[in-house]
Write a protein that binds this ligand. Sequence first.
Ligand code: FAD
Length: 465
Amino acid sequence: MIESKHIDRLRQIAGKENILTSKEELVAYSYDATNLWSHTPDVVVLPADTEQISEILKLANDNQIPVTPRGSGTNVSGGSIPIKGGIVLCTTRMTRILEINKTNLNATVEPGVILQDFNNALAKEGLFFPPDPQSSAGCTMGGVVAENSGGPSCLKYGVTKQYVLGLEVVLADGKIMKIGGLTPKNRTGYELIMLFTGSEGTLGIISKITLRLLPAPKANKTIVAVFGDVAIAGETVSEIIDSGVLPSKIEFVDNWTFEKFQGLLPPEILANAQAILLIEADGLPEIVETEARQIVDICKRSSTLEVRVPQDGEEAQKYWQARTAHFSDISSAAYTIVNEDVCVPRDRIAEFIRISREQARQNDVPLSIAGHAGDGNFHPVVLTDSRDREHFQRALKCVDEIIETALSLGGVLSGEHGIGLEKQRFLKKAMDPVAIDTMKKIKDVLDPNHILNPGKIWEEAPDEE
Ligand SMILES: Cc1cc2nc3c(=O)[nH]c(=O)nc-3n(C[C@H](O)[C@H](O)[C@H](O)COP(=O)(O)OP(=O)(O)OC[C@H]3O[C@@H](n4cnc5c(N)ncnc54)[C@H](O)[C@@H]3O)c2cc1C
């Protein structure tokens, strides 16, 4: 337990109204979007600026108090759960968009800015920040950078790390470090920006972010392709990419989510469907038209049950909303879900889906698969109930087998959710031991007392709740 004199010091630093200690308040910061773990912190601190973060970390480092950084807690790997208690340092008061510069195609923001607010501000300027974790209504820019978030548009535009130009980071001992800058090119020293992007709050607290932007695409077109066979849907993804077209998005949903497509697609088609691909081409209008035609032709050749092109943006949006609803639909379909995010090479997608479904059948557990198929990045979700130990053990066994399958096909453990608490037990299988050792040494140098997000990535996770 944190000593009361340290809580008093936190009150001096951030103001007493920004220190939360009641049981009800602490519970609100004890969990994230995973549902296997929770742990209450001793105190929640809501700093207003970089200097306050620096003072908080000095106090924590001098007294070896754990600090778990937190934005909105939407991550799905247990990353913001204060598993060792101590301080939750939450950035949601730091919400200023400091600059949007159209000529330089960059913007500087505080870490607590909500991604959707940022996107809305960019849209007014005709600008575009492509990474789009499907939690944009809630997630913060600090969380997006700390998780190196992705989303549907990464197929064409890449993930967050491709857009971070500059960072201000508060190190474990409270020192404030500025890295990178405002320019798209910068070859000065080591690429520390890449190190902190995706570091899951274990190396420093991100207190300011400068991002590269793009002009917003002038046009886009959605293509909806419905398949009676999941493997054919997977093969179609490869065929689209092989043809030389690069859509902005190719998203995959299996039949768990089809209820949301009712009213959008004919009932007799949905009754026989096993998978839907939602594809988007974007860019200049004439190029979008040509690419959309090419994609439609490929889908039609692939024994689809149905291929449609929504008439306008409003209709297209309904299909994308049905896709986005997958996570909330599946979350409410079972007491416990185990949601993974493996990534496999595109030419192994069909094989991955086929084997995973067979593994779920053999373990007799429900499995839903959705994901960013264009990147080979899938969210296999096993539905279970952690109160039913026997079912839960079968579910975990199935998850292990699916991850083994992805790795054996040349894939990776996490395409976008990070390691957090959720995937620690797979790390040794998924990473070169020399790389693990090197990363641990980096952690030791930057955070010798291991106060920053302790218990994450490197340590074996405790048993789930
Ligand atoms: C419905 C749903 C759909 C999702 N879809 C996607 C998707 O398609 N693609 C994808 O990539 N992700 C997805 N996610 C995951 C998640 O939304 C992202 O990882 C998000 O960017 C996290 O932001 P946050 O503010 O909620 O961060 P939090 O969850 O609060 O924190 C995430 C991690 O970052 C650390 N952290 C937070 N702020 C800072 C900071 N300022 N400095 C240092 N470390 C910090 C935390 O300690 C933690 O380890 C989805 C989540 C949900 C709930």
